[in-house]
Design a protein around this ligand. Sequence first.
Ligand code: GDP
Length: 478
Amino acid sequence: LAKRLVLSETEVIRTLFMKGIMANINQTLDVGTAKMVATELGYEVHAPEVVELALKTEMIEVDDLDKLQRRPPVVTIMGHVDHGKTTLLDAIRKSKVAQGEAGGITQHIGAYHVDVEHNGQDQQIVFLDTPGHEAFTAMRARGTKVTDIAVLVVAADDGVQPQTIEAISHARAAKVPIVVAINKVDKIEAQPDRIRQELTEYALVAEEWGGDTIMVPVSAIRGENLDTLLEMILLVAEVEDLQANPNRTAKGTVIEAHLDKAKGPVATLLVQNGTLRVGDIFVAGAAFGKVRAMVDDRGARVDKASPSFAVEVLGLGDVPAAGDEFEVYLDEKQARAIADQRTMDQRQARLIQAMASRRVTLGTLSEKVKEGDLKELNIILKADVQGSLEAILGSLAQLPQREVQLRILLSAPGEITENDISLAAASSAVVLGFNTTMAPGARQAADEMGVDFRDYNVIYKLLEDIQDAMEGLLDPEM
Ligand code: GDP
């Protein structure tokens, strides 16, 4: 089951445990229990009899399942401002990457990797080096998960702060395990135990206190205990059992992208499955690309990048957005068609957004009148019956109209239709409804075209709003 879910056995066993089922790794689960576990872990179970499971991450596909190999963890450093995230990132990099290695200058591409000797093997850890959780959150909001482990930095002289708590929530929401780095222990005011104490309030209990959260005291500035921190990250990675299939076409996420005057569009791609090679044809977001050259985080030209590694790639036709997914295609025509389609979709989305931001409301109209740009307030009025229409029109006519004139573009009994909305959009009018409803499609049209419609069932309320708006239109000085 764990294999089908692309999760560690521990996670499945933990879920069972939470449900009061003590299971060991060799036990057989019945279909009902397996279904319950899968649902609990956020999967959709399609056919309960067969327990066919939709894969949680799109990065790993069913065909990969029997070809998975271990991959390095991708780590994000999070924590409150000034607690030492940047210093820690720099210190780790410096401690592990010899200056001028691979003949290049170390360069910032949004991620770097370090080599760590662990269990007698040379292993890697990849750090996303945009500190703070903004990038992390932005990517997660777009449904992309790039981080495997979060290192939560807490300054030992300052304790848990608002962004510390935010970081914990973000990591939890993304189901990313947390390793705590208690930083600045070199300071006289440092009180590492106070940090451990404060973190218990957020259900992070240090291992040495009988909990299951690894907490490592470090001094980023002096480079102290960084090896232990790295060791612990690899330990957590082992438990997480991070895997990917390196023997397939690459898939992953754009972690940075910009337009370089000399090189054209440049993007840093984090490979999350498969292997990316020079010459590969890919689509990143809505951009078509062909890998012309790749540079790793140490400034070295490389011809391939395997799972969990980030490379800066040249050869894109356009600049994708950070958080966009990328995927390699064997068929260039297909890739171009996908990129074109997405470009069109994006244009349309932008158009809709632009229209919505030009939304005309009583408030925006009032602003314009204040600036002397508008002398007329356009109204479309729909009401349940002719009688109420006449009553409303009669009262509106009695409102003082010296500064601003009311212009009734249309008044009719009946529901608010898409046509009313387009008329309003075309003439910067607001739509007023009295005891009436919206026709199917009208509400969506109003959203898309940025039309303000107001719904009333008491006449004096409608009059009051219009009068307020018209008085708001008047210059208060006059
Ligand atoms: P960030 O905002 O979390 O990225 O924090 P910075 O890395 O910019 O660090 C904030 C301040 O704390 C800087 O002045 C650092 O020099 C200092 N600092 C960071 N780590 C340590 C440390 O281990 N010990 C001491 N004493 N100061 C540190």
